[in-house]
Design a binder for this molecule. Sequence first.
Ligand code: AMP
Length: 397
Amino acid sequence: MKVLVINCGSSSLKYQLINPSTEEVFAIGLCDRIGIHGSKFEYEVPATDFELELEHDMPTHKEALELVLNTLTGEHGVIADINEVDAVGHRIVHGGEEFTTSVLLDEKVMAGIEANNDLAPLHNPANLLGVKTCMELIPGKPNVGVFDTAFHQTMPAKAFMYPLPYADYTELKVRKYGFHGTSHKFVAGLANDLLGNPANSKVIVCHLGNGASISAVKDGKSVDTSMGLTPLQGLMMGTRCGDIDPAAALFIKAKRDLTDKEIDARMNKKSGILGIFEKSSDCRDLEIAREGGDERAALAIDMMTYRIRAYIASYAAAMGGVDMICFTGGIGENSNLIRSKSLEGLEFMGVELDEAVNSVRKKGSVKLSTETSKVAIYKIQTNEELVIARDTLAIVK
Ligand code: AMP
């Protein structure tokens, strides 16, 4: 079984050809700057370490996918014919309330996804474009949609409702949806396996990357998560502000005479780490600057980890305890400083980080808690593509 996993952004297309049963990755890569001058193509075959990186004109997603398919079947390809692709799995960002699980994509389902475009105007149209392009270039093969929001659809109303006029929920669908669902699902699933799959479990997953979110997962089901109607709510991120007083946005907009678009960009693209540190949105740059005595860098790290810690404690309270805290994403998997500072002061909850183990760089899933810690702490390498491939296999079977 070979599943082509596609993650289409407005100007990018990430792809992987995977066997979901054996987890073998045949090929992996990226088309970047689609429709922009200087489009870039990357292709890698993990089994042979073959790597290709070239500039190639890709005016639209169609040319990008054509290049992917030609490479997969070409001189350094991993399949002889495009018919060897059994199915295509697509990341779809927003499934609204309608899509609670992954689905086989057809005209009707795609119209349903399109109806949620307002909720994710930057992502959903690009995701759908990817689906349409695959249907055109790989005809006759099943396409499956896997939603970022689906895993969080198990949240109870008390967690997902905003205390706004009720009609804003019924008429405009304004509520918390949550994102990074495939990552939270993958990590929480692995956490449950590591716990020995008990009848009851309480897991907190911290997905800390450029975008960041935390989820509370009880008995394998998401019961709360930090992102909201959009991926702006919650933690302080690379360039997103996360939780602020909504009135602050209105105040800044009025005082600086900004348009809706400008205040939106200010909160989504100029805030978070970048907003405080000002020099970069990248956590590695931030840590290096802090080491060198940069006070703003130190402040940004203090703010970021203070907020993570507060979310962890509040989700433990929401679930009536916690068995395991997991860190994943580029920062969660790699930054011992952020992990350590995020757990500082949580000893009252029985959380004890083994600093010696935490400071050693190791790939894969690593236990980071001491033997006496009441709460297990792990770093877990997330694999969203594998979740998409597995869901695709389950549906086409
Ligand atoms: P992601 O969005 O999951 O790809 O994560 C990107 C973030 O991970 C960026 O802020 C990177 O700076 C951060 N990151 C990657 N490697 C490290 C590292 N070794 N130490 C600290 N942050 C890292």
